[in-house]
Design a protein around this ligand. Structure first.
Ligand SMILES: O=C(O)CCC(=O)C(=O)O
Ligand SMILES: [Fe+2]
Length: 337
């Protein structure tokens, strides 16, 4: 599903973002974060209706693309060479605010203490030292398809990505789940807890920048380490039998011990492989992926490392903030420890 903002709608979005940027100064401002779902009522009605439908009707297409937000390539400044450089670059506050506002119509944004120093809005841009890694900041290797934060029980219901620039038209990959082609026995096995998923590299201590920022963060990393060494058994499908939800990240999954379960998983992986398609995001385009109904990744590319590279902003969104209350310091806090 793709919606293109009309010129009038785009003007309305820009006007709102400009006002809010002046009022709050940052997309991470706690007051803005708390008020985002209310300010989102001032987005164009057609956009609000589309996001509401996407949330409620859970279309099997599982992706909603919103195009037509005007980006000034000059105004957003250079692509940062590392997400930790954020403060040193000009921060595209308006664009981050737009992403937060649209996302607020699907749920509440969440941040991981163990990822990008706890930022809500992530930078996805190539990092030279990560060139060959399985990370959003990698480039030379295909980022194999996955559920975002598949290993974690508090992973987002949605992943939102806003494209700031993509000069070499590097595709994101995407596949919606559709199980009508799978036999009953395979489905039974996929709905049973035969599987494990380890944390992806982005959450591991080696990708943390500040050596220690308090006991809470150290504890958060210990919990992630525990999930790495002793991942809990899970089912990869859950919810409705006809239109299931899924939780998959084959790169970080060990083959199940049960041979029938292994075969069922292989079948599902082949099935997703065969459905994988390219989605090339354009500057100003925002895409919302249903993280329970689809997987995504990125094709390999040759990064430039000169400030003109592909640059996306990423947001994780939950429909139920309460689910993770034990992992957050306060009811309104978005930081998962
Ligand atoms: O770069 C992309 O298009 C997707 C990146 C991604 O999957 C991620 O960072 O989790
Ligand atoms: Fe991802």
């Amino acid at each position: 599903m793709r919606l293109t903002l009309s010129q009038e709608e785009a003007r309305q979005v820009v006007g709102l973002a400009t006002d809010l940027a002046a009022r709050y100064g940052s997309s991470e401002d706690p007051e803005f974060v708390a008020n985002a779902s209310v300010h989102a009522h001032d987005l164009p009605i057609r956009l609000r209706l589309a996001l509401n439908q996407f949330r409620l009707f859970e279309p099997q297409t599982a992706i909603l693309r919103v195009a037509g937000y005007p980006i000034s390539d000059e105004e957003i400044g250079l692509t940062p060479s590392h997400w930790k450089e954020r403060q040193k670059h000009c921060i595209p506050v308006k664009e981050e605010i737009v992403l937060m506002l649209m996302g607020a119509l699907l749920g509440d944004a969440i941040a991981w203490a163990t990822q990008q120093d706890g930022a809500l809005v992530h930078d996805i841009a190539p990092i030279k030292a990560h060139e060959k890694e399985q990370l959003g900041s990698g480039s030379a290797q295909e980022l194999t398809w996955h559920t975002e934060d598949a290993f974690h029980p508090f992973r987002g219901d949605y992943l939102a990505m806003m494209c700031l620039r993509n000069p070499d038209r590097v595709p994101t990959t995407f596949a919606g789940l559709e199980v009508s082609g799978l036999d009953d026995e395979t489905l039974d096995l996929l709905f049973e807890p035969h599987f494990t998923i380890r944390p992806d590299e982005s959450h591991l201590v080696k990708n943390r920048i500040d050596p220690i920022t308090g006991q809470a963060l150290t504890d958060a990393h210990s919990r992630i380490d525990e999930m790495n060494t002793r991942p809990a058994p899970i089912s990869v499908l859950f919810g409705s039998r006809e239109t299931p939800y899924c939780r998959l990240d084959p790169y970080f999954m060990d083959p199940p011990e049960n041979p029938a379960a292994k075969e069922a998983l292989d079948r599902l992986i082949d099935h997703m492989d065969s459905r994988l398609e390219d989605v090339t995001l354009e500057a100003g385009e925002v895409c919302f992926i249903d993280n329970f109904m689809a997987v995504h990744g990125r094709r390999p590319y040759k990064a430039r490392f000169d400030g003109t590279d592909r640059w996306l902003k990423r947001l994780n969104i939950t429909r139920n903030l309460r689910l993770s209350r034990e992992a957050r310091p306060a009811s309104e806090s978005r930081l998962l420890m």
